[in-house]
Design a protein around this ligand. Structure first.
Ligand SMILES: [Zn+2]
Length: 584
């Protein structure tokens, strides 16, 4: 499940050595860079007018950190002369915020502490940091349209999510929460584990608990995927019947179990129960029941899987889950339903009409276009609809291997078709290189009518500084065009690739020091450089390309030598790297 196009996945047995250099760089410009400037900087007074709680302390720390990394000012709490006020206002929607003038200060009010966190995100993105700090001039009240604004971190293949140091993960999760994310999903990789005694199982549990803790510390909901794919060591006698899969898009990954064999059903539920017990602390807020890719059974009793075997198993798992987590929400995924058509959508609608109340959301999507059924015939059970946009793999290989992969036009086009119906979702993410896509999609969930351009305006000014938005939009457009042509196996115009790199160089020369050292800028600049080498130069073997790939390997914490047979999917194609002794 959740592997999308993956045949299999693997999981960590050992963590790689972490290049310290990349760790400090990923945090944005290091504090040390401002040592001398801070001495002469002003002090910005901050007053907090809300009942203290751990998340509030975190919000204050995030606000201070992001300002102090961008300008020589210091932020200090004060009772008088504050320029920034943080306050609670329970007349606001819980996740909403308001930014307003209060005398000479600017007040950020949140409907809850997490509403305040999202408000601080808007505040920070609309402040200016050049020369001296200028508090946000944005005014208004804002609350999210979509109720579940998630991210799915695919924690596998020794990608960044699997191997980055915890401090980087925590910081990155702060950044996505500032953009409005309120839920995180990861996968528990039964697919590569033999049983509970497998040494990898405890490592996988520890990682899942770590993500749960990081999410909950930020007030985010946390969940995992569940299904009928369990350990590789499951007995042969209970294995599922292989799916026909004539379109080859549903996948036949893993070792799915047939829930209509009585011992199979017992095996699934007992191992799922054990997983729930193992995750009792910090606990689960939701599970996503997943039908295909890893999962499915084509036996006579299970077909059609989506509206029959899968549906009954999902209901059983929901009942089981609520024994452990009484408020557990169930998200029923319909990924790749009716591919080929076999009445799964209609069957689901009929089943939920007869037996409503156990599922909380319907999730729908496919590899490419959004399925028509829920848009044209209504969402089964009249439940809120979520999507699962693929923001990571389209138009680039290896994923993130040549740097940033911004695709704002693509996601705006896909969003236009579904925005009337969709109330949130879980973008599928393989790493940090599609950070711009994350900001775009989560802001669509927040405000369905917002344009990708306006979102990226905010992103560019906040992350790269003022005065470069027009050129950055042009650069992103050129990189997206190149990715699209490359995906269609059409030639990329060499002059355009040259121009994109020249544009990137021009922008770079105008960036403030803190932005030039920001990994977000680095991966965008490296992408422009690598596109020039690929499409207008000597290819990825040139010294300039190899240096750029080396830097990406550092930023992503990739393993230069690995036993992970899938690591090359997320590792830049630098010369001399190996997988199980071979260069892939
Ligand atoms: Zn079956």
């Amino acid at each position: 499940m959740l592997g999308v196009e993956m045949k299999r996945r693997t999981f960590l047995k050992t963590l790689p050595a972490v290049p310290l250099f990349a760790e400090t760089r990923l945090g944005g410009a290091s504090r040390g860079a401002y040592g001398s400037q801070t001495t002469g900087g002003e002090t910005i007074g901050l007053r907090v007018e809300a009942t203290p709680d751990p998340l509030l302390a975190r919000v204050v720390a995030i606000l201070k950190d992001r300002i102090e990394r961008r300008c020589p000012s210091r932020v200090a709490e004060t009772d008088s002369d504050a320029r920034i006020l943080l306050t609670a206002d329970d007349s606001l929607p819980p996740e909403g915020f308001r930014i307003e003038e209060a005398g000479t200060a600017v007040r950020v009010a949140g409907g809850s502490t997490r509403g305040l966190l999202h408000g601080v995100g808007k505040f920070l993105r609309t402040c200016r940091f050049e020369g001296s700090f200028q508090a946000s001039s944005w005014r208004g009240t804002s609350a999210p349209h979509g109720s579940l604004r998630g991210m799915y971190f695919a924690t596998h293949f020794h990608n960044w999510y699997q191997v980055a140091p915890e401090a980087e993960l925590a910081r990155y999760m702060e950044d996505v929460a500032l953009w409005g994310v309120n839920a995180l999903m990861v996968c528990f990789p039964f697919i590569t584990l033999r049983d509970w005694e497998d040494p990898g199982t405890e490592v996988a549990l520890a990682m899942t608990r770590k993500y749960a803790r990081l999410a909950k510390d930020l007030g985010l909901q946390f969940g995992i995927g569940v299904g009928n794919t369990l350990f590789t060591g499951a007995p042969e006698s209970i294995r599922a019947t292989r799916l026909p899969d004539p379109t080859r898009r549903r996948g036949n990954s893993g070792h799915p179990i047939c829930p209509n064999i009585p011992e199979g059903r017992t095996y699934i539920l007992e191992n799922t129960r054990r997983l729930f017990q193992e995750l009792a602390e910090p606990g689960l807020d939701f599970v996503v029941s997943w039908p295909y890719d890893e999962g499915g059974c084509a036996c006579e009793k299970c077909l059609p899987w989506g509206s029959n075997g899968f549906l009954r198993l999902s209901r059983d798992v929901t009942v089981l889950g609520r024994e452990h987590f009484p408020k557990l929400k169930l998200i029923l995924s319909t990924w790749m339903f009716d591919t080929p058509p076999e009445g799964e959508w209609r069957g689901l609608s009929e089943a939920l009409a007869k037996d409503p109340g156990w599922a909380d959301y319907i999730l729908a999507d496919s590899h490419e276009e959004f399925p028509r059924y829920p848009l044209e015939s209504g969402v089964p059970g009249n439940l809120p609809l979520l999507n699962f946009p693929e923001i990571s793999m389209w138009g680039n290989w290896p994923w993130g291997g040549v740097g940033a992969n911004p695709l704002p036009a693509r996601f705006e086009r896909l969003w236009r078709d579904v925005k009337q119906a969709v109330r949130g979702g879980f973008p599928y993410s393989e790493g940090i290189y599609e950070d711009m896509n994350k900001a775009v999609v989560v802001q669509f969930y927040w405000d369905p009518d917002r344009s990708a351009r306006s979102i990226l305006d905010e992103y560019i000014t906040y992350e790269f500084g003022p005065g470069v938005a027009e050129d950055c939009h042009a650069l992103v457009g050129m990189l997206e065009t190149a990715a699209g042509l490359s995906y269609m196996k059409q030639p990329v115009d060499a002059r355009e690739a040259e121009r994109a790199f020249e544009l990137a160089e021009g922008i770079r020369g105008r960036l403030p020091e803190w932005a030039r050292r920001n990994w977000r800028w680095e991966i965008l600049h490296l992408r422009a450089l690598l596109d020039r080498e690929r499409f207008a130069g000597g290819g990825l073997e040139t010294p300039a390309a190899q240096a750029a790939l080396t830097r990406l390997v550092e930023i992503y914490h990739c393993e230069r030598v690995t036993d992970d047979p899938y690591h090359h999917r997320v590792r830049p194609p630098l010369r001399g790297l190996s997988t199980r002794g071979k260069e892939l």
